[in-house]
Design a protein around this ligand. Structure first.
Ligand code: G3P
Length: 224
């Protein structure tokens, strides 16, 4: 089943979109958690009270060494939430992922800028892969192409990783990865807002309402 995440630690943003969408949970990174300043435990606790105990959280290690990442992953895993541990797909990160997967901890390989980098992470057993679509585009490469290549490699090599593309700056990037059939996606708040924001929608609804009021005033449909 498709998993929809918000890329945020902002409780109000989660509340807004959890009300109108089937949010699976949130993804964070160290910059996102630092931006909201309340710390991971408090943020996740508040967000879980909104989404419910089925919420899944992706949180990143900040340790730099392999041993540090493995130990930190274990500690994050012990938090009283459904946690996915985000590990950067570097040489050290992949080493850590191999060790962490021996312990049946769910892992997302993050900061993926190329298909080959993501492919290695998938070979190491990462449960999720997060290619950074807009950041790749910004560097003059093809973010959607990286996602498409990874989707192909996962299929051709019968790998179990789910693609969870991240880093979007517009809805076209989102639509392009959705059309590739990815398993999950994480949206920044402003892009999530834009997903609803077609300029023709509100004028259409306003015209329905004014036509109705001209004939039936304040009556509701079933009262007419
Ligand atoms: O979680 C990774 C993602 O947050 C990066 O997104 O918008 O900072 O490029 P962005």
């Amino acid at each position: 089943m498709f998993e929809l995440y918000l890329d945020t630690a902002n409780v109000e943003h989660v509340a807004r979109f959890n009300a109108c969408l089937p949010l699976k949970g949130v993804t964070t990174n160290p910059s996102i958690v630092a931006r909201y300043g309340i710390g991971l435990n408090q943020a996740l606790s508040q967000i879980e009270s909104i989404i419910g105990t089925g919420a899944r959280f992706h949180a990143q290690v900040v340790s730099q060494s392999v041993d540090g990442m493995v130990e930190e992953a274990k500690r994050i895993h012990e938090l009283p939430f459904d946690m996915v541990i985000k590990i950067p797909a570097t040489e050290k990160g992949l080493t850590a992922i191999k060790l962490i997967k021996d312990q049946k901890i769910t892992v997302l390989a993050t900061a993926i800028y190329s298909a080959q980098q993501g492919f290695f992470a998938a070979l190491c057993g990462a449960d999720y892969l997060a290619p950074y679509v807009n950041r790749i585009d910004t560097m003059g490469a093809d973010g959607i192409g990286v996602v498409a290549d990874l989707q192909l490699l996962i299929k051709q090599h019968h790998l179990n990783s789910k693609l969870l593309p991240a880093s979007f700056k517009n809805t076209q990037q989102v639509m392009d990865v959705l059309k590739l059939g990815v398993d999950a996606i994480t949206l920044p708040y402003d892009v999530a807002v834009e997903m609803f924001a077609h300029p023709a929608v509100q004028p259409t609804i306003d015209k329905f309402n004014s036509d109705w009021r001209e004939v039936f005033g304040d009556k509701l449909s079933f009262e007419s």
